[in-house]
Design a binder for this molecule. Sequence first.
Ligand code: BG6
Ligand code: MG
Length: 229
Amino acid sequence: MTTKGFIFDLDGVIVDTAKYHFLAWKDLASSLGIPFTEAQNEQLKGVSRVESLNKILTWGNVTMNPEQFSSLMNEKNKAYLTFIDQMTEDEILPGVVHLLDKLLEMGQKIALGSASKNAKLILEKVNLLGYFDCIVDGNHVSKAKPDPEVFLRGASGLGLEATQCVVFEDAVAGIKAANAAQMISIGIGKSEYLYEADLVLVGLDHLSDVLLTHVINASSKNSFKINIK
Ligand code: BG6
Ligand code: MG
């Protein structure tokens, strides 16, 4: 059996932390008098902390000096971490543990490719850290998704070529990054947003064993796309 590298995004793929990002950003936005909706929160998926605050300030037409900006970033992260601190294994999304166990059993390689600087902490909280051969997060990259840097670093951390890797992502920017890296891209969520992915599933619990075998045996991104049509 061929060995592939399976690179997982964290927020929205392994755990549903988007709701905590939302609550923390919403508090901060309302302290600045900026309205902030769940629809706007959608636009922050996969986006770094700095860029998220930039967007919120732009929506509210608010400007500030770099010191104020950095103190707000810290404030948001502090609020976010109070939610993370309460997280348990119960918050792992359906299908994740089954898939990780299966990949391990099949001798496949596993990496994390996330924009979050809290990624390692979250994996520890939900007891999944031990599955990962390599972790690339917001502390290791200089270019955010849709740039492929995070996934290319993941591939090299696993000792594999980019073309031997598969990415699971819930953000449009993440799918673009995986495609730019020439990796098989599997969107987790709705196809109306994730139509650029090679395959879209509503959740990892929808990845059947047959489909997983197709992924592992695909000789290239193109052949995968053709075979699953
Ligand atoms: C991404 C999330 O995974 O990480 C974004 O989708 C978040 O919403 C980004 O802003 C950065 O996260 P953190 O934990 O470093 O603030
Ligand atoms: Mg995500």
